[in-house]
Design a binder for this molecule. Structure first.
Ligand code: ADP
Ligand code: ADP
Length: 226
């Protein structure tokens, strides 16, 4: 069973058709990337998976079951958007704990323990009391990831989480993100316009263009074809 799938999904916004009958399936534990130019429908796809949007036609499935009518907070999804800024008036620890506003920490641990474990996971052990403004862009995105992962989601959705960073930091962060993903074994859908990035991190890649999926394959398969 695929962990998540889109089945003939169309999404219209007025006269704009952002997705035109898209079908795709992401396997359990897979790092799956949507790559394509701005405006091709990548963010819309993530928003449909997160439950922030509903399809105009078609079905979104988790483990084969339609999630129509299931609200975002009930989908066990962690989301990091490009501009998912941290709350500046909260400490790093409070920002991560905010990820637990709908649920208790998994495994019966305390909130403080959960926050500390997550900060360790993203290589920011002991940063609870720090002010987000004192962190680098890459560190801030790792805190945003810790916040998204705090409730122990089944699915991680990452929308251009690196785009605000310079090339060197991007490369480091993508390696870290991939390591965290592997360690957790969490199904991940990653969005980028950067083909090199997509090929470097993904198990499989979907090339998106103008609301369609043009091609799906491993980086090796995609790269081989002209
Ligand atoms: P991408 O993430 O690949 O840049 P999007 O999914 O954000 O693309 O957008 C796909 C298309 O749908 C674009 O033409 C965009 O302007 C349009 N679109 C997305 N969201 C909305 C919306 N809420 N209202 C109107 N048009 C939208
Ligand atoms: P991205 O480039 O990362 O896709 P955008 O800045 O284009 O993000 O869009 C940010 C948000 O606005 C998204 O949630 C998208 O769905 C929505 N959006 C995009 N295009 C439009 C539009 N033409 N009208 C209204 N909302 C839009």
């Amino acid at each position: 069973t695929p962990a998540v799938a889109l089945d003939g999904v169309t999404r219209r916004y007025g006269d704009t058709t952002a997705l035109k009958g898209v079908s795709l399936s992401v396997r359990e534990g897979e790092f799956f990337t949507l790559v394509g130019p701005s405006g091709c429908g990548k963010t819309t796809t993530l928003r449909l998976l997160a439950g922030f949007e509903t399809p105009t036609h078609g079905t979104v499935r988790f483990d084969g079951e339609s999630v129509a009518g299931v609200p975002p907070e009930a989908r066990d999804v962690g989301v990091v958007f490009q501009n998912y800024a941290l709350f500046p008036h909260m400490s790093v620890g409070e920002n991560v704990a905010y990820g637990l506003r709908f649920t208790d920490p998994p495994g019966g641990v305390s909130r403080d323990e959960r926050v500390s474990t997550l900060l360790e996971l993203v290589d920011l052990a002991g940063a609870e009391e720090r002010d987000p403004d004192t962190l680098s862009g890459g560190q801030q995105q790792r805190v945003a990831m810790a916040r998204a992962l705090a409730p122990g989601p089944d699915l991680l959705l990452l929308d251009e989480p690196m785009s605000a960073l310079d090339a060197k930091l991007r490369e480091r962060l993508r390696v870290q993100v991939r390591e965290i993903q592997r360690e957790l074994g969490i199904t991940t859908v990653y969005v980028t316009h950067d083909q090199e990035e997509a090929l470097a991190v993904s198990d499989r890649v979907a090339v998106v263009r103008d609301g369609h999926i043009e091609q799906v394959g491993t980086p090796r398969e995609i790269y081989r074809e002209p």
